[in-house]
Design a protein around this ligand. Structure first.
Ligand SMILES: NC(=O)c1ccc[n+]([C@@H]2O[C@H](COP(=O)([O-])OP(=O)(O)OC[C@H]3O[C@@H](n4cnc5c(N)ncnc54)[C@H](OP(=O)(O)O)[C@@H]3O)[C@@H](O)[C@H]2O)c1
Length: 279
């Protein structure tokens, strides 16, 4: 069984290691902001970039965890600055933006995110679910981008958005709050990207498949599905840092995108069947 899982993982996620020399060349002496750096993909990215002589600005809510990461990387080359904030909170977000005023910024990695998997019929009295996803997954990165654009223009910098393949596929039942908020920022960035590129700011999006982090832990079915390790997701982001390509998506997503269009009716029927079975 383990061999089969490994084989499937190799087939679905053929990820080449980052070329460390290129990564170093590209990031040496650069200042990189990583939101959501305390766990999962953000944490793995901190470890991956810590061998480079650069400045990492890490932001998340969990101060203890950020400090642990800083301690564990204290003998590495990267210089680390921490900022503890709940990015959904307007005042805390504004304090973070004010804190960044004295920094020259080269790269903004929008990684902080929350997901919620809940049927609409169980959300009738839970408007806060839609507010917290939209605040963190959409409004916070928009506000950060608006604040950082002048700095990124000066540095001919790079925005990397950590998104999900779901944004590219037909909508799935139970994921309205998450998918709407991730799609909102994806659309915003895609609309803005021509203007940004015109001002010499590169824009990349990593459309990631499932990644084994605490985010997917509450969803039982995901335990059985093939998924990336956080360090593999960090590798994908590091390759975007070097290649500055507009996007990464797994090779098989194109099949899902085609199927989303051709078999949209079948997909809707399958969703209805699933809901009836669950009732
Ligand atoms: N896991 C997947 O399957 C998957 C797939 C595709 C895309 N993604 C995307 O990947 C990104 C990282 O997710 P992950 O899987 O690494 O999840 P994770 O392990 O739960 O990490 C999420 C990060 O976001 C931070 N965060 C959450 N709420 C925050 C808030 N209000 N203010 C500031 N920071 C906050 C968390 O730190 P604190 O709790 O300390 O604040 C944590 O560092 C997300 O944008 C997610 O949408 C994940």
């Amino acid at each position: 069984m383990k061999i089969l899982t490994n084989l499937l993982n190799c087939l679905l996620f053929p990820i080449r290691k980052p070329n460390f020399c290129q990564l170093e060349q590209c990031l040496r002496h650069k200042t990189i902001i990583i939101t959501g750096a305390s766990f999962g993909i953000g944490e793995a990215l901190c470890h991956l970039l810590s061998d480079i002589e650069c400045q990492l600005i890490l932001v998340a809510r969990t101060a203890d965890k950020l400090q642990l990461i800083e301690q564990s990387l204290s003998n590495k080359k990267a210089k680390i600055d921490l900022f503890c904030a709940d990015l959904r909170d307007v005042e805390q977000l504004d304090s973070f933006i004010a804190y960044l005023a004295s920094y020259h910024v080269d790269v903004f990695i929008n990684n902080a995110g929350i997901s919620i998997c809940r049927p609409i019929m169980q959300s009738l009295d839970r408007m806060h679910d839609f507010e917290r996803t939209i605040k963190l997954n959409y409004l916070a990165p928009v506000k950060l981008c608006l604040a950082l654009i002048p700095k990124l223009q000066q540095s001919k910098g790079h925005i990397i958005n950590v998104s999900a393949i779901n944004v590219l596929l037909a909508p799935t039942v139970n994921w309205a709050a998450y998918q709407a908020s991730k799609t909102a920022f994806d659309q915003w960035l895609r609309c803005a990207s021509s203007e940004l590129e015109n001002r010499q700011i590169k824009v990349s999006t990593a459309y990631l498949p499932l990644v084994k982090t605490r985010m997917i832990a509450p969803t039982k079915i995901y335990k059985k599905l093939p998924a990336l390790q956080p360090c593999q997701a960090a590798t994908i982001i590091s390759r975007l840092l070097v290649s500055q390509k507009r996007q990464y998506k797994p090779w098989w997503v194109i099949i899902g995108q085609l199927a989303s269009v051709i078999f949209n009716g079948v997909w809707c029927k399958l969703n209805s069947y699933y809901i009836k079975k669950k009732q």
